[in-house]
Design a protein around this ligand. Structure first.
Ligand code: F6P
Length: 529
């Protein structure tokens, strides 16, 4: 049964149709003294104020009924039971196991009966220990001044967003570079800056077949060989062993490539959920083993909250239900991420993969069409930059776009006055969206009643960052469950890969039979004439 056939869905549609034109978030505050309390929630490391959103207690209660009709709790049990819920790829989705302490931590009791998870948990800790030991060796190696991560998608965005977010903890004396694009400018500019004797290349690819990563890795290796041409073949092989590390589930392919130091992970770790695995090596080198473990601990605390808190007090669940309300009943097609934190400047890019690659789907788990809208478009820029760009549209444009603010109470190493200004701006923007402006000339008028969510972290440290990312992972899982889709595959990405390969072959064969006129003309203009 599709989600739109549930009785809760019908009730939500009715509630929406009964919401009068003049229903207003400001009015909801005025008529309900408990609104702030009822729509605020403290989860591990993350406080959420959901009160400035276009919903009320009745809507939320009906969304909770929808979650129950869609058996969200059973799906959560299946996720944390290691069941094969990624059915199209015949895999479990056990990224949460990567941050579980060896003794099960806060989820020990819940998992004690599941012997099937014990060996994977041992494997996780064996690899984690090896990865952190390697990270510490590299940290202590003053000869390594540059770490170049070559990877794309989940093998890039997670580590990059983490290294940026945790920059107050990043070791001095080393530079971190992330090369993802197959555009040679990206790799080329990095290679221009680094010294072959002082550089560690990390080839990060779950599959070790992704075309962009493999081309970048081959080019990096060719550059390395050219730079070390004076060495004997044996010395060069030793140099490659010292300066190249692979992070992959495909250890055989890494060995064929000539890399001898490989940290493995497993097919039950989705690419966009992999930063907690060996894929986190650049993060561990940047911040050290202890901080990396703190990041895992923060994520584990959020896992425990997600598993144990009743749905009504469960932050990933409440955020996911709000997403469903906005997408399917209010008709909002996108969500703006406004993190008032320079450290979180790459969060929108990371969330675009997490949310849109997970839930941008049109068929359900059984391959039947999903008759309702799924993933919203996620986009954004850090505050205050966005205020001087697209916030104009958020305040006065004709489309309503829910905004998600993230702010930190303690700005860390920021200059105090800067942090105060940053945070004041975040709060003022949320207030402006809500209240609007009703005096002055028509062009100064702002309608207000524009929804926003405010997430607040004590500070951007490894634990709170881990918790924040785990929060988003579980939120995406929950909305996927409501819509009935598999949030862990990404077949839509395959077509472009196939056609790119086909075009390469056709260029060699000069064969345009069956290719549309526009594509043929573009290839001719770009690549042939
Ligand atoms: O493009 C799809 C995708 O498979 C992502 O899901 C993944 O994170 C990325 O490519 C990179 O894949 P890999 O780590 O196997 O190189």
């Amino acid at each position: 049964m599709g989600c739109d056939q549930t009785s809760a869905w019908q009730s939500l549609a009715l509630l929406r149709s009964q919401q009068t034109q003049d229903w207003d978030i400001r009015g909801a505050f005025a008529s309900d003294a408990r609104r702030l309390t009822d729509f605020s929630l403290q989860a591990p490391h993350v406080f959420a104020d959901l009160s400035k959103n276009a919903w009320d207690a009745q809507v939320e209660a009906t969304l909770m009924a929808l979650a129950r009709e869609r058996r969200l709790e059973s799906w959560r049990t299946a996720l944390f039971g290691g069941e094969v819920i990624n059915t199209s790829e015949h895999r479990a989705a056990m990224h949460w196991l990567l941050r579980m302490p060896a003794d099960g931590g806060e989820l020990a009791a819940a998992l004690s009966g599941n012997t099937a998870l014990q060996q994977p948990l041992r494997d996780v800790h064996q690899t984690l220990d090896a990865m952190l030991a390697l990270a510490e060796r590299v940290r202590g190696d003053a000869l390594i001044t540059d770490v170049v991560n070559i990877g794309i998608g989940g093998s890039h965005l997670g580590p990059e967003v983490a290294v940026n977010a945790l920059e107050d903890w990043v070791t001095t004396g080393k530079r971190f570079h992330f090369v993802s694009n197959v555009d040679g400018h990206e790799l080329g500019h990095v290679l221009d800056k680094v010294d072959v004797r002082h550089t560690l290349f990390i080839v990060a690819s779950k599959s070790f077949t992704t075309a962009e990563t493999m081309l970048n890795a081959r080019s990096a290796r060719a550059w390395f060989m050219a730079q070390t041409a004076a060495l004997s073949a044996e010395e060069q092989a030793q140099a490659v062993a010292r300066h190249f590390v692979a992070l992959t589930t495909n250890t055989a392919a890494a060995a064929d490539f000539g890399i001898h130091t490989t940290l493995p992970f497993w097919d039950w770790v989705g690419g966009r959920y992999s930063q907690w695995s060996a894929i986190g090596l650049p993060v561990a080198i940047a911040v050290g083993a202890e901080r990396f473990r703190e990041m895992l601990a923060g994520a584990h605390a959020m896992d425990a909250h997600f598993v144990q808190a009743p749905l009504e007090q469960n932050l990933p669940v409440r955020l996911a239900l709000l997403d469903v309300w906005y997408r399917n009943f209010m008709g909002y097609g996108s969500r703006c991420m406004a993190a008032y934190s320079h450290g979180l400047r790459r969060l929108p890019a990371y969330l675009q993969q997490l949310e849109m690659e997970s839930n941008g789907k049109s068929v359900d788990r059984d391959g039947r069409p999903v008759r309702v809208q799924t993933s919203a478009v996620v986009w954004g820029e850090p505050g205050t930059n966005g205020q001087h760009a697209f916030f104009q549209m958020l305040h006065q444009g004709q489309d309503v776009v829910p905004v998600e603010f993230i702010a930190l109470r303690d700005g860390g190493k920021h200059l105090g006055a800067h942090h105060r200004s940053l945070v004041v701006n975040a709060v003022a923007q949320a207030q402006a969206l809500l209240m609007g402006r009703h005096d002055g000339r028509p062009e100064q008028h702002c309608p207000g009643n524009r929804p926003s969510t405010f997430l607040l972290l004590e500070r951007l440290d490894p634990a709170s960052f881990g918790a924040l990312v785990a929060l988003y992972e579980h939120r995406v899982f929950c909305s996927g469950v409501i819509w009935g889709i598999n949030s862990f595959d990404q077949w839509g990405v395959e077509l472009g890969k196939l056609l790119a390969k086909d075009l390469q072959d056709r260029i060699a064969r000069k064969d345009w039979q069956g290719v549309d006129a526009s594509t043929t003309a573009l290839v001719r203009q770009l690549l042939l004439d």
